[in-house]
Design a protein around this ligand. Structure first.
Ligand code: SF4
Ligand code: SF4
Length: 376
């Protein structure tokens, strides 16, 4: 059996979280392995410059609790993630509360530009930062969130962050369909799967609606842990109300590694059938339907009546250009005369990277009348 432990935790109380981590590690027979570890690389979700309370990124207190526990075992700790698009790394570290954390605990924060890359395969060629393979071990720290493109952001999807920022856009360009994109996410996860020794999911405050960055933050009050990312995603997505067998990243990864749902066992404070209350997964499912229709062979005809495109709010947009630089098909441009970025609809593949990378929440999905009517 593959065990996943889920524990109740209503707020970011460092002592309580540290105790929960200890309990999860003990229950998974992982605590004995800690003594043999010299160093570990923490891989949180640092998608962009979002404050911790927004529920987009792994909370700094969640990370601090783990750092305190690992320090009790004299383990050397470093931390690394590649934010999306072209955002400034230092700004992300500062806004997400990671700079303060590194000062307080003296942990090494690795930097994308100084880390070097490895390349694998061709068509597509995968590019990842070296430390994710050169490290002794990774502890994966995903956030519990919805995701309009992959439906669910979890432990498997969190490893997409091993790809340097703008290289990510390339995979969106070559795989605009959600199912194709999920295959790429699983390929990338597979490159470092053997390095991941444990997964701890921050579901204390997470996100529903149109995640991963413009949804609604929610107090889910749960922490999940497992040595197996696929099993963790299975239980976490099920708790949110999804059918895990319909989430492409889980489906492909489970098939590739021969993991069946009968082998997965949920332990801790919740029953197997437990569902988190009032979680809105409908919005992510509906937006996902629109994206799928955009990849339809008759898309040109369909788009005449049934369209959805990113649109911009002039009162929120600072013209920072992050969305422009993150667009994989150069469909956006900043021009002097306009208070918002200009969109070339013919080029747009509806990857939603611009929405994901706008920390001002200035981008939204505008739908045609039929679009609004058919997908509420
Ligand atoms: S929409 Fe957002 S990301 Fe794009 S330029 Fe405006 S503020 Fe920046
Ligand atoms: S405009 Fe936005 S949704 Fe369209 S392709 Fe560019 S980043 Fe993706």
């Amino acid at each position: 059996m593959i065990e996943v432990v889920a524990k109740k935790c209503k707020n970011y109380d460092i002592k309580k979280i540290k105790q929960i981590f200890f309990d999860i590690f003990s229950s998974s027979n992982f605590i004995s392995k800690l003594s043999s570890l010299n160093s570990v690389l923490l891989k949180p979700n640092l998608l962009g410059p979002y404050p911790p309370e927004k529920g987009v990124t792994t909370h700094p207190i969640f990370i601090a609790a783990l750092v305190e526990l690992l320090k009790d075992y004299n383990i050397e700790i470093s931390l690394f993630d590649n934010p999306g698009g072209n955002v400034k790394y230092n700004e992300v570290l500062q806004k997400c509360g990671i700079l303060n954390l590194s000062k307080k605990y003296n942990i090494e924060i690795l930097e994308p530009v100084k880390s070097g890359i490895y390349k694998f395969g061709e068509k597509p060629e995968y590019i990842i930062n070296k430390p994710f393979l050169d490290c002794q071990a990774i502890i994966n720290l995903p956030k519990l969130k919805t995701h309009t493109l992959t439906l669910f952001t979890g432990a498997i999807k969190n490893m997409y962050g091993i790809v340097p920022g703008l290289a990510k856009s390339n995979y969106h360009r070559i795989a605009p369909h959600p199912t194709k994109f999920a295959e790429i996410v699983v390929d990338i996860y597979s490159l470092v799967k053997d390095k991941i020794i444990f997964n701890l999911m921050d579901g204390i405050i997470g996100m529903d609606g149109n995640g991963p960055s413009s949804g609604d933050s929610k107090n889910f009050g749960v922490i999940l842990g497992s040595p197996e990312a696929i099993a963790l995603d299975f239980c976490a997505s099920k708790m949110m109300g999804y059918n895990p067998k319909k989430i492409p990243t889980i489906m492909f990864a489970a098939e590739r590694y021969g993991i069946s749902h009968q082998e997965i066992q949920l332990q801790g404070d919740f029953k197997e059938t437990y569902k988190l209350e009032n979680v809105n997964i409908r919005k992510s499912k509906n937006t996902n339907k629109i994206i799928r229709l955009f990849s339809h062979p008759f898309k040109r005809f369909i788009r005449k009546f049934f369209w959805a495109y990113p649109d911009f709010l002039p009162d929120k947009c600072s013209k920072c250009g992050n969305c422009v630089k993150s667009c994989p098909v150069s469909a956006l441009a900043i021009i002097k005369e306009s208070p918002i970025p200009q969109l070339d609809r013919d080029k747009c593949t509806l990857c939603l990277c611009c929405i994901e990378m706008c920390s001002e929440n200035a981008v939204f999905l505008k739908k045609s009348f039929l679009g609004k009517f058919l997908i509420k």
